[in-house]
Design a protein. Structure first.
Length: 149
């Protein structure tokens, strides 16, 4: 089972996300935006709301209580002409794709479904482990806190 990365911000994370975003922005496959199951942190949701979008339009709470991006006709709500219309404000997990977290291995890995997977070493992916674990715990805590309200 895989969880897309949702990372807490620090200067190292920003550098990593810029490096990964550069890899993906040079290609237009947008496979990561098709049938997305991207989990959103409360900060992701607020950043998108601050861009002028209504929460009800772009996300939903799944059966397990996690907030996720909506798909419209099989693609992310924000995908237009094979490009992200909120690219500079996209969710943290999107910024770090194609690095995902494999729950079974308890490790960050490169998504094998990404056409660029061979461009990123497992050593680079492993640099995301601590940040991914920390944020996954945060997302789980956010879910637990919202169920108590």
């Amino acid at each position: 089972m895989y969880i897309s990365p949702l990372l807490a911000w620090n200067s190292g994370d920003i550098l990593k996300s810029l490096q990964l975003g550069g890899i993906c922005s040079n290609h237009s496959c947008a496979i990561c935006c098709k049938e997305t199951k991207m989990m959103l942190s409360s900060e992701d949701v607020q950043v998108i709301i601050d861009c002028g979008y209504r929460k009800i339009d772009f996300c939903f709470v799944d059966e397990e209580g996690f907030t996720r991006l909506k798909n419209i006709n099989g693609v992310c709500f924000f995908l237009r002409d094979n490009k992200c219309i909120i690219y500079s404000s996209r969710p943290q997990g999107c910024k770090f794709y194609p690095i995902i977290f494999d729950l079974d291995k308890n490790n960050a890995i490169v998504d094998p479904d990404c056409p660029l997977a061979k461009s990123i070493s497992s050593k680079i992916a492993s640099t995301f482990n601590n940040d991914l674990k920390k944020l996954i715990r945060k997302i789980i805590e956010e879910r637990e806190n919202s169920s108590e309200e």
